[in-house]
Design a protein around this ligand. Sequence first.
Ligand SMILES: [Mn+2]
Length: 309
Amino acid sequence: MEQSILLVGVPTDHGSRRTGCLMGPDALRAADISTRLSRLGYDVSDAGNITTDPTEEIHHPNPKIHHLADYAALIGKLDQYCETMLKEGPVPVFMGGDHCIAAGILPALARASEEAGQEQFLLWLDAHTDFQTLESTDTGNLHGTPVTYIIGDPSFDGVIPRPAAPIKPENICMMGIRSVDPAEQARIARTSIDVHDMRAIDEFGVATPLRRFIDRVRRANGRLHVSLDVDFLDPEIAPAVGTTVSGGVNHREAHLIMEILYDSGLVTSVDIAELNPFLDVRGKTSELIVDLIASLFGQRVLDTHRRSI
Ligand SMILES: [Mn+2]
């Protein structure tokens, strides 16, 4: 990894009808993300927040869809922002905001990788596959659609411009999945996305599938983005998310993933999505996320001295 980190806040919460993710970046700042990473020896700077201007709604034949114009504006804004920022070289840590942010970040990263002659890979840590289309979503919540968008699915044609550099489905690995509707399941099975649901994690643990994916990234000389949705974690340890699903990844499994990723030296960018501080319990989710990000950047078990609770 590079020795400098750029924190970028992307406070958005139009991806669902529940408010609160707007406060995500500030909760991570309050949980001392910057100091924790600085202590690990990085030069950390905070770029502040990226916001989009409210625009008029774009209408879609699916009447459930809401905030489509905000989604389109967010994708455009992040794409533009990343274009300049990525040239400067620090490892970006995007602090969401709901998971719509991934729809703007990944295509920009993929374009930068393409220009550098490298493949862009994505590790998607989430309870959901976020593989809805504009037609298939029955909630109309766009935070369930970013993966469909970033692979260049034609269902967005005529609504939001297709990504110039889509992510190849075979370059995506998903872990922690445990809530997928039948249509989404059928669609994802037709792609070459590598999906490890919680059943697979129960049987084989997190290390084996993760190492296999990391080997693929290394062999391809790829760049690796890690997208961490708070609902990847079990709600008992991470209650601050609007889409809790029981039976998630536990504390040590989550840290082990981050530690293995750090050891790989392949992670080039990160996003943290769906943190809703309004639903937190005395900041415990924000603190856990910051702790996990510290592990991703090199904090080791032996370096930590935890207070008893
Ligand atoms: Mn998600």
